[in-house]
Structures are given as C-alpha cells and as structure tokens.
Design a protein around this ligand. Structure first.
Ligand code: AR6
Length: 177
C-alpha cells in the first residue's frame, strides 16, 4: 500500500455527522440550498449558513467557496458545484475533477487537515457513478501526492454500493503505485 492510500478513507454514512475540519457540499450555482446532500447540510448547519451563502454571489460549475460550519460538527463547509451529466461530451470530466481540486486548494489554504467529500454530481446531476468515482480518486490522490495538507481525505458514501466502488478504485490505485 502506498503512502497516499493511507491518507484516503472510505466511510459509509451521512456527511453532516462527521467531525472533521471541512466537509464538502455538492451545491448548485446559487449556493442557496437545494435537495440531496445540499439540503441535508443546510438543515443541519442551520439558517446562519444561508445568510453567509447569500453574501458569496453564487459559484461557478467546477469552482468552490468556503463558509463556516455553524451547527455542524465540521468547522468549515466547502461548497462546490459539480457538472450536470449531459452524456460526457460537454467537459463534464474536467469540470468534476476541478471541483475536487478547487475544494482541496481551499481546504489547504485554510489549514484543514481532514476533509470529507460526498460523491459530487452522482445524485440529482446524474453523473455515472463508476466514472465519477474514478475521477474523485485520481484527482484527490494526485493532489495529496503533491501536498502535505490535507493530511487525510474521507470519501463519505451514502450507501454501501458507492462505498464499494471507492474501495475498488483505491485498490487499483494501490496496485498502480
Ligand atoms: N451524506 C453523504 N452523501 C449524501 C447525503 C448525505 N447526507 N445525501 C445524499 N448523498 P446530490 P449532485 C449522496 O443529489 O448530484 C442539490 O439539489 C447521494 O447519494 O446531493 O451533485 C443541489 O442543490 C449522491 O451519491 O448532489 C444541486 O442542485 C451524492 O450525495 C444538486 O442537488 C450527490 O447527490 C446537486 O446534485
């Protein structure tokens, strides 16, 4: 197992429960809340979160913005906007990779040692799960391979099937390195 593999974990459960330095939100360009993990994060963080988000003037697809975590156990929330899957020919892969990179850059800039990601774009935005998992693992491993911070990245999967996809991708990564 490579050093990078030791810095990546897979967790099955609700990302709003994790006491980490930052959790990542799969938001939309308005940053004003929605369904899925975004709705769960806004409900758990409380109304102060939307107040701070209103001052951010939205977020572009592939970019990320940081807020406080309010009532969450996590100190910060990094809001990123994944691409809507449109068949794969509209730059979706590069935009999804950019979500992970920009989120990790913000985490590093704010001294976050542990960051937890949900599977961005794989719900309402319909990105095929296997492809999205590969992009998440490749982008995160390339980033942390170059940087000491974040020390640990958690892929927080809502269901066991998604967790298994991540475990398989991490196994391939370990075999490759
Ligand atoms: N913890 C961890 N993962 C979760 C949770 C949770 N509490 N809830 C859902 N997931 P989605 P998207 C998983 O739809 O595809 C919103 O309305 C879920 O099983 O939340 O990027 C936004 O406002 C799936 O694997 O995000 C946007 O409009 C993954 O999180 C839009 O949805 C992402 O599903 C973004 O769509």
């Amino acid at each position: 197992m490579s050093e990078i593999n030791h810095r990546i974990r897979v967790h099955t459960g609700d990302v709003t429960k994790l006491a980490v330095d930052a959790i990542v939100n799969a938001a939309n360009t308005s940053l004003l809340g929605g369904g899925g993990v975004d709705g769960a994060i806004h409900r758990a963080a409380g109304p102060e979160l939307e107040f701070e988000c209103r001052m951010l003037n939205g977020c572009k697809v592939g970019d990320a913005k940081l807020t406080r975590g309010y009532r969450l156990p996590a100190r910060f929330i990094i809001h990123t906007v994944g691409p809507v899957w449109q068949g794969g020919g509209k730059g979706e892969a590069e935009l999804l990779a950019s979500c992970y990179r920009r989120s990790l850059e913000l985490a590093a800039a704010n001294g976050c040692r542990t960051v937890a990601f949900p599977a961005i774009s794989t719900g309402v935005y319909r990105y095929p799960k296997e492809q999205a998992t590969q992009i998440a693992v490749d982008t995160v491993s390339a980033f942390i391979g170059q940087k000491a911070v974040p020390e640990t990245v958690i892929f927080c999967c809502f269901d066991q099937q998604t967790a298994e996809l991540y475990q398989q991708a991490l196994l391939r990564l370990a075999e490759r390195d």
